[in-house]
Design a protein around this ligand. Structure first.
Ligand code: GTP
Length: 316
């Protein structure tokens, strides 16, 4: 062996040692035969399959998660044919049946005429990164959900109501369908707080929300806490008679919850008042005056003695 050869041989040994001591897994695929010319022995630590079990590109494809396989395979083949370096994330099958997220970073070695000669690359274990990404996504989803919920009662909040009101208003306009709202307000809640204390007042709001939620049946019906001790029910595709009946069921449900309100006198129970409004919104109608009508009816119900529902037909 010449000195140059000996040095080269020594260098190759150094490179091999270097390659095989990285956490990334090096590999080489011969393009003509689509066979693995080399894969780092570290692959066995990561996936459980020995280096010698990676013979052809088919072994690689077979060890990709079925949901990722077609996408990754087609992408890598197209990029390689085009002579483009690329990278792909996918779940690789471990020998024990579990999956590991891998990032494969691929360099295309080209012949003089530009056609691929070989692919060389590194596989990186990115499972930890993926787990972090998924945790972040979960947190984002959770935050998004929380931002539409009332913190105390768990029902939808005002923000959600405003959003759904806009959506359902447009639907009702387009389909020429009736839309109803019921505005519900606890009677003498100031006295409740004064008598039982603010914390008990909070508990009472939770019980009322629970009772009202039990009444809501329709898939698109939405109960929300409008603020303070006021709740609103948004009822798409619901005519006035049905909305009235539902308003009474709400009052009934709270009555049946048997929430004492002895601040008003011995044996007294908590009651609600409600205002109902229904309309088939015209093309240029706005939501604010629509809700204001239900609000005015609620105050009429209060004026007329509370524990009752007022709708278009007046006092019921
Ligand atoms: N505990 C508790 N009380 C609240 C909350 N939000 C609003 N309130 C109380 O609800 C009471 C509402 O009082 P008012 O608007 O005078 O109404 P009301 O006493 O129910 O009288 P009517 O509606 O006329 O029957 C006030 O005392 C508020 O402090 C809350 O989140 N928790």
């Amino acid at each position: 062996m010449s000195v140059e050869d000996a040095l080269l041989y020594e260098d190759a040994g150094v490179y091999k040692t270097l390659l095989e001591s990285t956490r990334a897994i090096p590999w080489k695929l011969d393009w003509a035969t689509l066979g693995f010319a080399y894969i780092g022995p570290q692959i066995e630590d990561l996936l459980g399959w020995s280096a010698s079990s990676w013979t052809t590109v088919q072994d690689w494809a077979d060890r990709i998660h079925p949901e990722d396989r077609e996408r990754v395979f087609n992408f890598c083949v197209a990029q390689s044919q085009a002579g483009m370096d690329h990278e792909a994330d996918y779940r690789a099958l471990r020998k024990d049946g579990e999956f590991v997220w891998i990032r494969d970073v691929v360099h295309v070695v080209r012949n003089d005429d530009g056609t691929p000669n070989a692919l060389v690359g590194f596989m990186f274990d990115i499972s930890e990164r993926k787990r972090t990404e998924e945790r972040l996504l979960d947190m984002q989803r959770e935050l998004e959900e929380l931002s539409y919920k009332d913190g105390l009662t768990g029902v939808a909040n005002r923000r959600r109501f405003d959003m759904m009101m806009t959506v359902e208003w447009r639907n009702a306009q387009r389909l020429r369908q009736p839309l109803s709202v019921i505005v519900l307000d606890i009677d003498y809640f100031k006295q409740y707080n004064d008598h039982y204390g603010h914390l008990e007042g909070d508990e009472c709001l939770k019980r009322v929300a629970k009772a009202l939620q039990g009444v809501v049946r329709g898939q698109r019906d939405l109960l929300c806490r409008f603020g303070g001790e006021e709740f609103v029910l948004l009822l798409p595709d619901t005519d006035e008679a049905a909305a009235m009946a539902l308003a009474w069921r709400c009052l009934d449900a709270v009555d049946k919850a048997l929430i004492p309100h002895v601040g008003l006198g011995p044996g007294k129970r908590l009651t609600l008042s409600a205002g109902v409004h229904t309309a088939i919104p015209g093309e240029h109608d706005e939501t604010t005056p629509f809700i204001a009508v239900a609000d005015r009816r609620l105050y009429l119900a209060k004026e007329r003695g509370r524990a009752r529902v007022v709708s278009d037909g007046g006092l019921v």
